[in-house]
Ligand binder design. Structure first.
Ligand code: PHE
Ligand code: ZN
Length: 882
């Protein structure tokens, strides 16, 4: 990689307010497949807070400039400098003025899916983070807020539907032509990244929503022709989200219409453009035949997430991209709370923590680690990460844990009130909680600045004579890229002391205080908490509800964990106790495999699982979670270094086999008891029963018996919904090589016309843990249903291979690394964002054993050495190798 290919970093400390502001934007967009014309009329004025006498510097990216006028008069060539990446007016008059800029772009050639592009013929836009500059020259930064009016014109046949931000103003035919137009006006000032337009042949479903104060909003969901029947669940989720936001946060919708458009080609999940959310169709379209319960839950969460951005993101936006977590972490927290209220809170918490540990923890302990609010970046597109989103949400959740429900709500109310209309910072956000509660959050703010996952070591000491119990707590934060020294964090540690009868003891600290709401505030490197009136040795239940995103180690014995797995009143820790038992078994078993010795028997784990399985008072969805054996990645993360994925796979396969065998009668009984009773419904309770039944099916087949496989085949054949059908197919694909190909072929025949289901078929095959998978994945890239230009297809096949098939991605011969590195280099020329995200799958490469580590490093170096890499891939590869 040549040195000048490395983009220069942008630093938080260099922030300066914009020199020029834009009050209004009038856009006139004439859609055309290869030459769309955009006339932008910008009302600019010098920013009193900017530098006096500044030039006007506008961003651009791959733009073709046709003309520019200032207050109606053409500009002299010497008055400005225009390139494809920027337009600078060298010495503009220092007063309010109007610029009119005409650009031409080619939507069909836009394979990066940023700016104005076409997805299956539909014109659509994606502007976050820096895509608006691919439509017109503009100060493309989130602290420039303007009121937009957009006129969109197109061939009526090609794009009968024309949508923009805000409210519809006017529409009609362009006289004497086959064209028509629509005008949209958005009264709320917004940054350019929230701009959007859509033009295409789309079908729509629509419903009215009446807000808390009685205003009627017309809701519309637009999908590819013929697919409206699959948009109903998204509409239902939207209405529930709108009501919930009024009730939980007092946030009411603020336009006459709210539209959602589903497109097939999209780099991310969805986008919160003001009044016009654009979605990856995977997070809109669902029917019982094509979507799993997990798909339904994701749709509900993402519809809500984008809607919630209307206040946390749009009405209050970010001052600069360093503040990305201000909208993302907060909005993820809000969508998590919504799903918790709509479904089961404990089960949602378990799922969220699994996601956090599965994605964010590895990121935070590898070369791509960065703070929730980074202080510098080379490519902002690479910071839409699990750390900004998921850890960002954890930080907001900790704030709530520290302040309590009321204190948190008071801070949120103040934030929404004080900063409405602002482009805000993390400091602004925290100040609201500090002011509303009269407390100092200086140390708490370190959660935004220090990267890495804190480690907490806890040990308990019961003093029988004094009837007291002491918890000794020590925190450390390991060094991470760019941060060798760390300060102690504020760690809200929710705990319980569980007595011999399984009940929580009252928590009375010896300084006379109660551990408020059961939360200990750990603020120092070492701290002790002493509880009085503890008549028996309790079992401590630590970090209840996963109150802090830390790696906890404790002196709990196997017997203690078994006790918690049965009795803890905190459902999360009941789950976690079982997981801890499973993980410690798997660590031991993996070492045994590597040493060529005997694997230990998983007695304690089997005992815990049997108890959970036999407790009919438990929610089936919870039991399904508690029964799931930690993933190979979970084990690898726990091992941390010198990882041999084959040994982990062998140990885990043996364990699943042993559990399936040992619990067979109980699993069969629970399987039978949860047979479907009526028509499919995606509600949480029904989904929970399916999850439990399918988990039993899986463990029974993992026993490897003919009976287990036959049951899975019957389940596959009898399924009347995608959840059951696909789960059974997965069981067969993994556990029954002989039955696999027929089942895969049957599934493909039935669903080949449906790309979102084809993605499931591709992803499943990419996960098979056997050496032939490499060839299979290669062959599938040549399959008629695969398409390198569609991000969903690429993620399903290549992304799943790299992310969910550790033994084959990390093959000892390096062929898995080669496959992914090769795909990254191919894709980079077309879609750098997609390429960079795939490459990030190498993030834990340093924790591999030496042979695989060397092969990963070689693959990364090959990528680094490729001429003309995008800034996106350059950034990931250079940080990965640093
Ligand atoms: N802002 C989107 C969200 O809701 C994510 C996104 C980022 C989409 C960048 C497109 C491009 O999280
Ligand atoms: Zn978001």
């Amino acid at each position: 990689m040549s040195r000048d290919a490395v983009p220069q970093p942008v630093r938080l400390g260099d922030y300066r307010p914009p020199d020029w502001l834009v009050d209004t934007v009038h856009l006139d967009v004439r859609l055309h497949p290869t030459a769309a014309r955009i006339v932008a009329r910008l009302a600019l004025r010098p920013n009193p807070e900017g530098r006096e006498g500044s030039p006007i510097v506008l961003d651009g990216d791959e733009l073709n400039l046709k003309s520019v006028t200032l207050d109606g008069a053409p500009l002299a060539g010497s008055a400005y400098v225009a390139t494809s990446t920027g337009l600078t007016l060298l010495a503009p008059p220092q007063r309010a003025l109007t610029l009119e800029i005409e650009t031409v772009v080619d939507p069909s050639a836009n394979t990066r899916l940023m700016g104005l592009y076409r997805s299956s013929g539909t014109y659509c836009t994606q502007c976050e983070a820096e895509g608006f500059r691919r439509i017109t020259y503009f100060p493309d930064r989130p602290d420039v807020l303007a009121v937009y009016t957009t006129r969109i014109e197109a061939e009526r046949d090609e794009a009968p539907v024309l949508l923009g931000n805000g409210n519809p103003v006017e529409a009609g035919a362009v006289e004497d032509t086959s064209r028509h137009y629509a005008v949209w006006h958005d009264p709320w000032p917004k940054p350019s990244y929230l701009f959007a337009l859509v033009g295409g042949k789309l079908d729509r479903i629509t419903e009215d929503f009446v807000t808390a104060t009685g205003k009627t909003v017309e809701l519309g969901i637009y999908v590819e022709p013929g697919k409206t029947a699959r948009a109903g669940y998204a509409m239902d989720a939207l209405k529930r989200a709108m009501r919930w936001d009024e009730e939980a946060f007092g946030c009411e919708y603020d336009l006459d219409v709210f539209n959602i458009v589903a497109v097939a080609d999209f780099n991310m999940g969805a986008m919160e453009n003001k009044g016009l959310n654009i979605f990856n169709d995977k997070y809109v379209l669902a029917s019982p035949e094509t979507a799993t319960d997990a798909d339904y839950a994701n749709i509900e969460a993402i519809i809500a997430h984008e809607y919630f951005h209307n206040w946390t993101g749009n009405r209050i936006t970010c001052r600069d991209w360093f503040q990305l977590c201000l909208k993302e972490g907060l909005t993820v927290f809000r969508d998590q709370e919504f799903s918790s209220d709509q479904r089961s809170r404990p089960v949602k918490r378990i799922a969220d923590v699994r996601l956090l540990k599965g994605h964010q923890f590895p990121e935070d302990s590898g070369p791509l680690a960065h703070p929730v609010r980074p202080s510098s970046y080379r490519e902002i597109n690479n910071f839409y990460t699990a750390t900004v989103y998921e850890k960002g949400a954890e930080v907001v959740r900790m704030l709530k844990t520290v302040l309590g429900d009321e204190g948190f709500r008071a801070g949120m109310d103040l934030y929404l009130d004080r900063h409405d209309g602002d482009a805000a910072t993390v400091e602004d956000f925290l100040a609201c909680f500090a002011d509303a509660n009269g407390i100092d959050l200086t140390q708490f703010a370190l959660w935004y600045a220090q990267s890495g996952t804190p480690r907490l070591a806890v040990s308990g000491h019961w003093d029988e004579a004094a009837r007291s119990y002491r918890l000794d707590v020590a925190q450390t934060l390991p060094p991470t890229p760019g941060q060798s020294e760390k300060l102690p964090m504020v760690i809200p540690l929710a705990i319980g002391l569980v007595g011999p009868d399984g009940r929580d003891l009252p928590l009375a600290l010896d300084d006379g205080s109660n551990a408020e709401r059961g939360v200990l505030l750990v603020t120092k490197p070492r701290q002790s908490f002493v509880f009085r009136d503890v008549p028996h040795r309790p079992v401590p239940s630590l970090n209840r509800g996963f109150s802090a995103p830390v790696k906890l180690s404790s002196d709990l014995s196997t017997a203690d964990l078994l006790f918690l797995a049965r009795h803890d009143s905190d459902p999360f820790n009941r789950f976690d106790a079982t997981q801890t038992l499973a993980l410690s078994h798997l660590l031991e078993a993996t070492s045994a495999v590597r040493a060529g010795g005997e694997q230990p028997a998983p007695d304690a784990l089997v005992e815990a699982l049997a108890a959970t399985l036999g407790d009919t008072s438990l929610d089936p969805a919870f039991v399904a979670q508690a029964l799931s054996i930690p993933s190979e990645a979970d084990v690898a993360r726990e091992i941390g270094e010198d990882v041999d994925p084959d040994a982990i796979h062998a140990a885990r396969t043996r364990l699943r086999h042993a559990v399936g065998e040992a619990l067979a009668p109980a699993l069969e009984a629970v399987y039978a008891r949860h047979a479907p009773t009526g028509n499919y419904s995606p509600d949480a309770a029904s989904a929970g029963r399916r999850a439990l039944r399918n988990t039993c099916l899986d463990l029974l087949a993992a026993g490897g018996t003919a009976k287990g496989i036959a049951r899975a085949q019957a389940h596959f054949g009898a399924a009347d919904n995608m959840t059951d059908r696909f789960f059974a197919l997965a069981v067969l694909a993994h556990a029954a090589p002989d039955a696999r190909e027929d089942a895969l072929a049957a599934f493909h025949r039935q669903f080949r016309a449906d790309p979102l289901v084809v993605d499931k078929w591709l992803a499943l095959q990419a996960q098979i843990a056997e050496p032939q998978t490499l060839e299979r994945v290669r062959d599938l890239t040549g399959h008629a249903d695969f398409d390198w230009s569609n991000p969903n297809r690429v993620r399903a096949l290549i992304g799943t291979f790299a992310g969910l098939n550790p033994t084959q991605f990390h093959r000892a011969d390096g062929a898995g690394h080669d496959l992914v590195a090769g795909a990254v280099m191919d894709i980079d020329g077309r879609n750098p964002q997609l390429a960079a995200r795939l490459l990030a799958a190498f993030k834990s490469w340093r924790s591999l054993e030496p042979v695989r580590r060397a092969s990963a490093e070689a693959a990364l170096r090959r990528v680094a050495g490729k001429p003309s890499l995008s800034p996106d891939v350059t950034d990931i590869v250079s940080r990965s190798l640093d």
